[in-house]
Design a protein around this ligand. Structure first.
Ligand code: GDP
Length: 599
């Protein structure tokens, strides 16, 4: 907690001061000020102003000697106006003028190791904190729900776990503002706890730790905190920013405080949106309802979604016929950070897809056509980065670090590989391990690599089948090694641009020579019949005679009758000029191939 930092030092306080400014004046984090206020029974968020007397109490508690400032005409409020820090999913809000932005509720995902109580905690929160106006309403499962605390709303996503979180990110959607990391106090930091920390960190989403099962007799909160510190989580009590709240999903203890801390972290992030514009956001889940048709839950991230709005999602357009909130009640409008289930789409959209409201039907159709052309979603597709493409990107100044997801068989080899990798690079480019763990490469690793543009390196491990097919479909590079030396060597070479790309030949066509012609002074060309695939100008070809490869070179000319051709397909005849070869004979085979880079 806030130890006495500047004993006896005087501090001059104005008549009114914001929490943020007070923290600045006292040289402590705003969290410490807010906690001190809470212990004095005052609920204040970071931008709230408090009067001199209150500020003075906090200052005294922190070992200062407060003095009133000589009154001035300059309003304190003016100095507290700051440019909003942008949330990670900033692009949704990027074009908003600051004066149009108003605070919005935080969107929270619960993460943590299996059985540490994620689901129980979500249930406990929902049971105790459903909005007062909604009590009595039967909570519906729509994929997300809102609770109320201090008359403020918090939106929780119902699917816990970093897997779902990162799968969304891999689809280009980031909806989470705050991640609650559940750690069972009787079990401590486990592999998926670390994974969750890494995934939240890679997404730059702030964490609040819920130290769960505190009711259990064998709970050891201090031990868990030590483990968290060892996992390089900067806990607030050690001077960091991460708040840790002891809770029990079973007894309900600590849940109020957890919600307060979520609001606090949200305040620090200054989450804002513009409610007065056409809505946009992300599909949380979708299903086919037998009687009502396609039903989709969307999270409105910016703007307000209204009944009757034209919307576009996955290249399809529709109109909001009905909207239901998490209590199953019909609603007419959904402001930012609100989840609603809606009817009116012609098909079930995919989770993670972007939706947008459009001004009218025509605008919706145009937007839908644009989306359909760009492959369904309107997301910016992040380019994949493979090890041998890295150097070009470094040269172009596009990357400053090589992000790596590292999986190894045992902890010992992980440490050895990590320490060697971290020594590589220079001031231009560094290796950054965004996640490491022992065990096979999983879908969650592949998703993280997609979402964060990381290369996956496996040391003495394999890829789970589902992860492999996913990596193949997404063009994600996975590199396997059995010797550390080779692994380090390859990464070092990639950083220096020395990695030799591997090429392979792919046969694209086969043709048989039927005659040979003299073409002016330029030499002889072969008259061929294309038996398979096609013959392509500028491609490479091999001349095979009686099973023996006589020559290989580029196809420098290709003619169909007298016309130049780019490509001649199976079943047709053409004239082929081969670089460096003229001695064609009837019956020779021409094998046309191209060279592809293997990743
Ligand atoms: P999840 O896998 O992280 O979603 O964990 P669950 O919510 O399914 O909880 C796993 C087990 O721990 C269940 O048997 C819960 O009843 C139990 N559990 C969860 N929270 C608490 C708690 O605060 N106290 C106690 N004693 N048990 C809990």
């Amino acid at each position: 907690m806030a130890e006495v930092k500047q004993a006896g030092k005087t501090v001059t306080l104005p008549e009114v001061v914001t929490v943020r400014k007070l923290a600045e004046l006292l040289g402590v984090s705003p969290i410490e000020v807010i906690k001190a206020l809470i212990s004095d029974g005052i609920m204040a968020n970071i931008n709230q102003t408090i009067d001199y007397d209150t500020a003075a109490i906090v200052a005294t508690e922190m070992g200062f000697e407060p003095r009133p400032e000589a009154p001035t005409v300059v309003a304190e409020a003016a100095s507290s106006v700051q440019a909003p820090e942008l949330a990670p999913h900033h692009h949704l809000y990027a074009q908003e003028a600051p004066e149009n932005l108003v605070p919005r509720p935080p969107v929270v995902t619960v993460m943590g190791h299996v059985d540490h109580g994620k689901t129980s905690l979500l249930d406990a929160i929902r049971l105790t904190h459903v909005a007062a106006s909604e009590t009595g309403g039967i909570t519906q499962h729509i994929g997300a729900h809102q609770v109320e605390k201090q008359s403020r709303k918090i939106t929780f996503l119902d699917t816990p776990g970093h897997e779902a979180f990162t799968a969304m990110r891999a689809r280009g959607a980031q909806v989470t503002d705050v991640a609650v990391l559940v750690v069972a106090a009787d079990d401590g930091v486990m592999p998926q706890t670390i994974e969750a920390i890494d995934h939240a960190r890679a997404a730059r989403v702030p964490l609040v730790v819920a130290l769960n099962k505190i009711d259990k007799p064998n709970a050891q909160p201090e031990r868990v905190k030590k483990q968290l510190a060892e996992a390089e989580l900067a806990l607030e009590e050690h001077g960091g920013e991460v708040v840790c709240v002891p809770v029990s999903a079973k007894s309900g203890e600590g849940i109020d405080q957890l919600l307060e801390m979520i609001l606090l972290v949200a305040d620090l992030a200054e989450l804002k949106a513009n409610p007065n514009r056409l809505a946009m956001g992300t599909v949380i889940e979708g299903r086919m309802d037998k009687s009502r048709g396609p039903l989709a839950t969307v999270l409105v991230q910016n703007g307000t979604l209204k009944l009757g709005d034209h919307i576009v999602v996955d290249g399809l357009f529709g109109r909001v016929r009905a909207m239901f909130n998490d209590a199953g009640k019909r609603v007419k409008a959904a402001p930012p950070s609100t989840p609603v289930a809606l009817l009116g789409l012609s098909e079930v959209p995919k989770a993670g897809s972007l939706f947008r409201a459009a001004a009218d039907e025509r605008a919706a159709k145009t937007l839908a056509a644009e989306q359909a052309q760009s492959g369904g979603t309107a997301r910016r597709v992040t380019p994949r980065l493979s090890l041998d493409e890295l150097y070009a990107q470094i040269q172009a100044g596009k990357v400053k670090e090589l992000k790596v997801v590292l999986k190894a068989d045992v902890q010992g080899s992980l440490e050895a590989v990590r320490s060697s990798l971290e020594k590589l690079g220079d001031e231009k480019v560094k290796v950054r391990i965004i996640h490491e763990g022992s065990g096979n490469i999983t879908e969650s690793d592949v998703n993280l690599s997609i979402a964060s543009q990381a290369v996956i390196i496996g040391f003495n491990v394999q890829t789970e089948p589902t992860a492999r097919s996913m990596a193949e479909a997404e063009g994600i590079e996975i590199r396997f090694y059995q010797v550390i030396y080779k692994l380090i060597d390859d990464v070092a070479k990639a950083l220096q641009g020395l990695l030799e790309p591997v090429y392979q030949e792919v046969v694209i066509g086969r043709a048989v020579v039927r005659a040979s012609f003299q073409i002016g002074k330029r030499g002889k060309v072969a008259g061929v019949y294309v038996e398979e695939g096609s013959v392509v100008r500028n491609a490479m070809a091999r001349l095979v005679r009686d099973g023996e490869r006589l020559h290989q070179g580029q196809i420098v000319s290709l003619k169909r009758f007298a016309e130049d051709a780019k490509e001649v397909a199976q079943g047709f005849e053409c004239g082929v000029g081969l670089e460096g070869f003229q001695d064609f004979r009837e019956g020779d085979t021409l094998e046309v191939y191209k060279v592809e880079r293997v990743s």
